[in-house]
Design a protein around this ligand. Structure first.
Ligand SMILES: [Ca+2]
Ligand SMILES: [Ca+2]
Length: 437
C-alpha cells in the first residue's frame, strides 16, 4: 500500500515548462530621430566598415504581419567614395545547430544596382567571415529582383520583377543537414500580400533550396547581419523575426509561452500570446505517445490584439498516472492553422485517503460527512466528544475504494464540539465539527 502525505494535495507542482524558441525579434523600436548610426541606438554590433547602416524612425508596414508598423527600421544606402560602408549584426539569444531556422523580415528597395552585393545574411554566433544565406537585391528592368546564395557561389536569381518602393515579406530558411560539412541548404520565399500560415504558402518568389555542395557549413547559426557597402541597394529592412519554426516567424499569432501545471486530479494548461491577428482560437490536443493525438477542447481567441493575452484550459479527464503530451492548434479566422510545440507533463493521479470537512458546519442537527479511500478495506467512522468518549459509530463495515458519504443526525446529542475519526485499512484521519442547537 502506498501511503501519501496528505499535505501534498495542497501544493501546486509545475512539472513542465517550455518557452517557444523565438531566437530574435527586432522591430527597430528605438524612438528618437532619423539617421543615427544603428550601432549607436541599439544592440547591433559593427563587424566591418566605419559607418551605418542607419536607424530611421518610420518603420515598414505589411498587412497581417505581426511585426508590421512597430517603431522604425534599418536603412542601408548605396554609398559613394568609400563612405557609408558598414556591416552590422545581432546575435541570437541562443544558437542553433540542428534545427531549421526561419528568418522573416520586411524589405523595401527604393534604388537597386545592377551588380549589388548581398544586404542580409546569417552567420555563426561568433560571426567572423562565415556568412551564410546571402540575400541580394539587384536591378531588373524597371524594378528589382532577388538573388540568393548559401556562401560565395554564384547566387540563384529570380526573374520576377519586384516593384521599387513596395514593402514585401521575405522568409529566409536555413536548413542544417548533418551528414556532411557541405550539405546545408538555404531557401528564400517572398510574398507581396498575406502571411502564409504554413510553409511555404503561395510565394511570389521561391529561390532554392540552394547551396548544397558549398563547403564549410558553420557549426551553428547564431547571428543575423545587415550589409551596407558601395554596391548595396538603397533599401529598408524591418520586423526581423527569427525562430526555429515557420509558425513563430511569419505567422500572425505570436505564442510566447505554453506550459502545464499538474493539479491534484487534473492538468492545467496555460499559454500566452504577445500579439494576435485574425486568431479564431486554439484547439487543445492531447497524446499519450506523442504520435496519436486527440482533440480534447477549444478555447476561443481574441481575434486581433496588440497586448499580451493569457489563456488556460483544464484537462480533468485523466484517469491514470503517466506522461501526457499536449499541443495547441492555433486556428486563423481564414481557416489556416499552425501547431505549437509539444509539451510533456508528468501526471500523478492523486487518489489519496482523504476525510473531508463535514457540511454544513456548524450544524443542527444533521450534517454530511464524506471521504475518499484509495483502497477497498474495512472502514470505521466514529464520533467522539471533547473528552474523547465515543459517542456513536456511523460506519463499521467493508467498503470499496472510492468516494463515500453519510448523513449524521445529532438530534439526541447536546450542543458542543465533536470529533469524527475515520479508520480505513489502517489509515486514520480526524476532523472537528460543531453542533449548535
Ligand atoms: Ca519596425
Ligand atoms: Ca552540414
Amino acid at each position: 500500500m502506498v501511503l501519501k502525505i496528505f499535505s501534498f494535495l495542497f501544493f501546486v507542482l509545475i512539472f513542465s515548462s517550455q518557452s517557444f524558441s523565438q531566437l530574435l525579434n527586432e522591430n527597430f523600436d528605438y524612438g528618437g530621430s532619423d539617421n543615427p548610426d544603428i550601432t549607436s541606438v541599439s544592440s547591433w554590433v559593427r563587424h566591418s566598415g566605419t559607418q551605418g547602416p542607419r536607424y530611421v524612425s518610420a518603420g515598414l508596414s505589411y498587412s497581417g504581419y505581426v511585426s508590421s508598423g512597430i517603431g522604425g527600421a534599418i536603412n542601408f544606402t548605396n554609398g559613394s567614395s568609400g563612405v557609408n560602408d558598414g556591416d552590422v549584426h545581432r546575435t541570437f539569444d541562443s544558437v542553433t545547430t540542428t534545427n531549421n531556422i526561419f528568418v522573416s523580415f520586411l524589405v523595401r528597395v527604393d534604388t537597386a544596382r545592377a551588380t549589388a552585393d548581398y544586404f542580409l545574411h546569417l552567420g555563426p554566433k561568433t560571426l567572423g567571415t562565415t556568412f551564410r544565406g546571402r540575400v541580394f537585391a539587384r536591378t531588373n528592368g524597371t524594378g528589382w529582383s532577388l538573388s540568393l546564395s548559401k556562401f560565395n557561389e554564384t547566387p540563384a536569381s529570380s526573374t520576377t520583377v519586384l516593384n521599387l518602393g513596395q514593402t514585401y515579406l521575405a522568409v529566409l530558411k536555413y536548413s542544417f543537414n548533418t551528414t556532411t560539412n557541405d550539405d546545408d541548404v538555404v531557401t528564400l520565399y517572398l510574398y507581396d500580400s498575406g502571411v502564409p500560415s504554413s510553409e511555404p504558402g503561395s510565394p511570389l518568389v521561391t529561390l532554392g533550396p540552394t547551396g548544397s555542395g558549398t563547403s564549410g557549413d558553420p557549426a551553428n547559426i547564431g547571428s543575423v547581419a545587415i550589409r551596407q557597402g558601395l554596391n548595396t541597394p538603397y533599401a529598408f529592412v524591418d520586423g526581423i523575426r527569427i525562430s526555429t519554426s515557420w509558425g513563430e516567424s511569419p505567422l500572425p499569432v505570436e505564442l510566447n509561452s505554453f506550459f502545464g501545471i499538474n493539479l491534484s486530479n487534473s492538468i492545467k494548461l496555460i499559454w500566452q500570446t504577445s500579439t494576435e491577428i485574425n486568431n479564431f482560437g486554439f484547439e487543445i490536443e492531447r497524446s499519450e505517445n506523442n504520435f496519436n493525438w486527440d482533440k480534447i477542447g477549444f478555447v476561443a481567441g481574441n481575434g486581433n490584439s496588440n497586448s499580451p493575452k493569457k489563456y488556460s484550459f483544464i484537462d480533468n479527464n485523466l484517469n491514470k498516472s503517466g506522461k501526457y503530451y499536449y499541443r495547441l492548434k492555433q486556428l486563423d479566422i481564414e481557416g489556416g492553422f499552425e501547431y505549437s510545440n509539444v509539451i510533456e507533463v508528468d501526471f500523478v493521479l492523486v487518489n489519496e485517503f482523504q476525510l473531508h470537512q463535514n457540511y454544513p458546519n456548524p450544524f443542527n442537527p444533521i450534517t454530511r460527512i464524506s471521504w475518499y479511500s484509495p483502497v477497498s478495506s474495512w472502514q470505521t467512522l466514529k464520533v467522539y466528544d471533547v473528552l474523547s468518549n465515543e459517542v456513536t459509530t456511523l460506519v463499521n463495515e467493508f467498503r470499496e475504494a472510492g468516494k463515500h458519504e453519510i448523513k449524521f443526525d445529532a438530534s439526541n446529542l447536546p450542543s458542543g464540539i465533536y470529533y469524527y475519526q475515520l479508520n480505513s485499512g489502517g489509515l486514520v484521519q480526524s476532523k472537528k465539527m460543531l453542533l449548535v442547537k
